[in-house]
Design a protein around this ligand. Structure first.
Ligand SMILES: Nc1ncnc2c1ncn2[C@@H]1O[C@H](COP(=O)(O)OP(=O)(O)OP(=O)(O)O)[C@@H](O)[C@H]1O
Length: 244
């Protein structure tokens, strides 16, 4: 369970997060939906311990990301907004490296590495260096790195950006599998279709705050709309920065 309580963060005069509170339960996919600049990435970075908040706390399974970032991070698989791959390493080497960073060693390291390569159907890529990989292939490597330590929480920043239909479907299937295993999944998006297709719960963010939250159906009922897209526009008062 990820619990964000009264988070505030500013960058000079920009108030990126303003008393933001929400929770993402285990075994569910929670979408952070908001227009450009709403504060989604800032929130995810604080949860992963890459940024410190000025106020409030982000608890991962009860562990405070500000106070104990290393332990908090061990609970999380992160799928970042830019796939920073090590292009000189083979895919298998990269996945092993991430497994080591998360404290895996010996047999467990080898087994988890092979398991995730098979799970993502990457055997034909495993011994190749990632320089020149397509966007979909890069996505798989990034996902394998996020999953190799079998984290109980998965955080994804705009996961389907730049992916073609097939890669998007693979990603969605993996997220659904993870959900079925009880993983707490939190992802950010401004793509309505993605949120509608995947999310059990939606947290609508605008200007660093929660504008509304609930199941897609609850958000529709709240606004008297039948489509999530219309509900969203009503909640934030604009369709700026949102992709259908
Ligand atoms: N390192 C930084 N330095 C200065 N301003 C920043 C920094 N990071 C974020 N901001 C500002 O904080 C606000 C929130 O940014 P953030 O990236 O969290 O939004 P977002 O919802 O993820 O947007 P997008 O959908 O465009 O990725 C924006 O106004 C942004 O310019």
């Amino acid at each position: 369970m990820i619990n964000v309580q009264r988070l505030s963060k500013s960058f000079k005069e920009v108030q990126a997060l303003d008393n933001l509170s929400f929770s993402a339960p285990d075994g569910q996919i929670t979408g952070l939906l908001g227009p450009n600049g709403a504060g989604k990435t800032t929130c995810l970075r604080i949860i992963y311990g890459l940024l410190k908040s000025e106020q409030g706390e982000a608890l991962i399974n009860g562990i405070d990301a500000n106070q104990d970032p290393i332990n908090a991070r061990r609970q999380i698989g992160i799928f970042p907004d830019k796939f920073g791959l090590y292009e000189r390493l083979t895919v298998r080497e990269q996945i092993r490296y991430f497994a080591q960073l998360h404290g895996l060693s010996g047999m467990e390291l080898e087994q988890r590495t092979e398991l995730v390569i098979n799970q993502l159907d990457m055997s034909s890529l495993a011994n190749r260096k990632s320089a020149g990989f397509s966007q979909g292939q890069r996505m798989k490597v990034a996902l394998a790195q996020a999953l190799v330590h079998n984290p109980k929480h998965l955080i994804l920043d705009e996961p389907s950006r730049g992916l073609d239909v097939m890669s998007t479907r693979i990603l969605r299937d993996i997220l659904r599998e993870q959900r079925a295993q009880g993983t707490c999944i939190l992802f950010s998006s401004h793509v309505m279709q993605e949120v509608a297709a995947l999310c059990d719960r939606v947290v609508v963010m605008a200007k660093g705050r929660v504008a509304a939250e609930g199941t897609p159906q609850e958000l529709c009922e709240l606004t008297g709309e039948s489509a999530l897209e219309e509900a969203f526009v009503k909640i934030i008062g604009s369709d700026e920065g949102i992709a259908a």
